[in-house]
Design a protein around this ligand. Structure first.
Ligand SMILES: [Zn+2]
Length: 81
């Protein structure tokens, strides 16, 4: 996402404030707090554990099949360009 598309009142907005070492504005602080609340509430949920397992499996597959993975990434990049 381009820096200019990052809006205040979003998690990305609060991260941008931190990256730029500037004070986090109220809408961004609230968005960050809501995100953390949600994250803490769901971090050990079955769905999250499953997502993590799937991510790790995909990472492992991309290591085992590096060439095919690179080819697929290149194909998808062509689709969006
Ligand atoms: Zn902000």
């Amino acid at each position: 996402m381009a820096e200019t598309e990052i809006r205040c009142g979003t998690r990305a907005g609060s991260q941008r404030h931190r990256r730029l070492a500037e004070p986090v504005c109220d809408p961004c602080r609230l968005a960050w707090n809501a995100y953390m609340r949600e994250w803490k509430a769901t971090r050990n949920s079955e769905a999250r554990i499953r997502r993590n397992a799937e991510r790790r499996a995909k990472d492992e597959l991309s290591r085992r099949y590096q060439r095919e993975y690179a080819r697929l990434v290149a194909d998808y990049l062509k689709l969006v360009s």
